[in-house]
Design a protein around this ligand. Sequence first.
Ligand code: PGA
Length: 260
Amino acid sequence: MRKALVAANWKMNGRRSANEQLISALVSGAEQAGAGVVDIVVCPPAVYLADVRQRLAGSLIELGAQNVSSEKADGAYTGECSAQMFQDAGCSWVLIGHSERRARYGETEEVVAAKLLAALDAGLNPVLCVGETLEQRQAGKLVEVVSSQVVSALSTLSVDALSKVVVAYEPVWAIGTGLTASPDQAQEVHAMIRAVVAEFAGKDSAQKMRILYGGSVNATNAESIFAQPDIDGGLVGGASLKAEEFLAICRASADLAAVG
Ligand code: PGA
């Protein structure tokens, strides 16, 4: 039985006062929303991690970063933050290879793999984001693209390292667009990802791996998506900026866990 996980990806949004309100609403609603039954993670912009950490203290909500340097050792890398720094700042999670980073900041599969290793090395749990563009899907390349993203980042990891990794399937065409993959479409890709992982890591590791769906998840569609057998929660962008909506998404996941 895999424990569900719902992660908030704030992206480049938020200011101190708005964050304060958002976090205090999340903290007071967390228990009711099923924190503990479901792992809940918040990934604010790096500059606000310390603030948010302070406000999360004593709650069941965990902290994550949105990106990390591929460099492991300290040094002359202006503007970068290392995995060890995020660990030191109280993060237990980090998003790796989000499609916005791949598309806008030129993150190649090699860079993504290096970031993932740096995260694991520092004791962070990576959330590896994968997903196809609309053109790739329409050209029939979905399986090729997504499996290559999974294989290049994960196929050389030990069983132990792999057990710390969560995968997020985020079709690029569904991110921030209001379009979601249908529950069936998402389930099909999640099952495919699990089969790919089983090929290089064995069935047991693949069965244990949590695979989240991301792309316009909201309080209305969360339940039908999370109800799919290979979908273990969600990575939520826009809807994570509204406390009530994000808590409702967590609740949908927790209710399904209660049903079993
Ligand atoms: P969205 O973003 O929920 O706003 O579509 C999801 C993500 O990019 O992680």
